[in-house]
Design a protein around this ligand. Structure first.
Ligand code: HEM
Length: 304
């Protein structure tokens, strides 16, 4: 029987503010850039899911971001990993559906209460805290969290050359009523590329937004979206444990990013994603998604 989350949504957002500051911005993934494009589904996507975005080509709005709630974090610092990716599919008649991922195949902890504890421990483990500080103690009892925070990839050369992972599980249902548990993966057509230590030294604090503006002026950017299927005893409700790479993946379609969006203060404020803004055919299959669904609107409200 699954444990119910104890932390209230406001405490989740409060723990993010405690760790990164309340900067009147997104509580996390504060620094980002918005672009526009479209999503072209494959024939296989339609076979496993009846959601509108898998029936025909749809326009999308996407936002790439750095980690933490610090709006001016340097793209070059380790703390700006994992990077974020959020996509809004725009269906007919104004309906939308959201997908939110980050650049690490996993999460530091398996449930929301442990995440709140991790954030709280980070906020209380500043340079003046005696060792072992609370964060070091947390790592002692949560080895996966230590691996997560100490094994991030080097800074990417571009938001367009990084893979993103949905981490939490969803249930996809097709028109015949057949369901499958999946996790999303977004793989760059340009391949994954990371900065060498020399390139990193030459890069400025905003190199990622400068690079993506330059790249999109020269041409389109593409990613392939996959659904990784669960099998065997894969954990559906524990985002800290990635499913094996050997699991079957269904290609859901191609994301083509075509242009930079306005990126006005107003656009960034009004753009909001929620893990439970879904279309019929897609449902949440993980307690953490329910918890996230209640936390995101609090941050959205606070940053207006
Ligand atoms: C219990 C776990 C989590 C909590 C409490 C949480 C909370 C939040 C909050 C409060 C925001 C700001 C919303 C806004 O102001 O618009 C946010 C944004 C975001 N989160 Fe989470 N999150 C969690 C897990 C995750 C996971 C597992 C991922 C990735 C797989 C993720 C990726 C993102 C991204 C990419 C954004 C920025 C979306 C945008 O561009 O607007 N989060 N999260």
């Amino acid at each position: 029987q699954e444990k119910k989350t104890v932390a209230k949504p406001a405490e989740m957002v409060g723990a993010l503010y405690a760790a990164f500051g309340n900067n009147h911005s997104r509580a996390v993934h504060a620094k980002g850039i918005i672009l526009q494009g479209d999503f072209q589904p494959t024939a296989e996507a339609k076979k496993i899911c009846m959601a509108f975005q898998y029936q025909k080509q749809t326009p999308v709005t996407i936002r790439f971001s750095d980690f933490t709630g610090i709006p001016n974090i340097a793209d070059t610092t380790g703390l700006s990993n994992p990077r974020g990716f959020a996509m809004k599919f725009h269906g007919d008649g104004g309906i939308t559906s959201d997908m939110i991922m980050h650049s690490f195949n996993g999460f530091p902890v398996g449930n929301t209460d442990d995440f709140v504890e991790l954030l709280t421990d980070i906020s209380k483990s500043g340079p003046d805290a005696p060792h072992p500080n609370l964060l070091e103690q947390f790592f002692g009892t949560h080895p996966i969290a230590k691996t997560f925070l100490t094994s991030q990839k080097p800074p990417t050369t571009s938001y367009a050359t990084l893979s993103f992972f949905g981490v939490n599980s969803f249930k996809l249902t097709n028109a015949k009523g057949v369901s499958k548990y999946v996790r999303y993966q977004l793989i760059p057509v340009a391949g994954e590329h990371f900065l060498t230590p020399e390139e990193l030294k030459m890069s400025g604090p905003d190199y990622l937004s400068a690079e993506i503006k330059d790249r999109i002026n020269k041409g389109q950017i593409q990613f392939k979206l996959y659904a990784q299927l669960s099998a065997g005893d894969d954990k559906i409700r524990d985002p800290s444990i990635a499913w094996p790479d050997t699991r079957q993946r269904i290609m859901l379609g191609t994301l083509t990013i075509k242009k930079l969006s306005e990126n006005t203060v107003q656009e960034d404020k009004s753009l909001k994603f929620n893990p439970n803004n879904l279309s019929p055919g897609v449902t949440i299959a993980d307690q953490m998604l329910d918890d996230r669904a209640r936390a995101y609107p609090i941050s959205v409200k606070n940053r207006q």
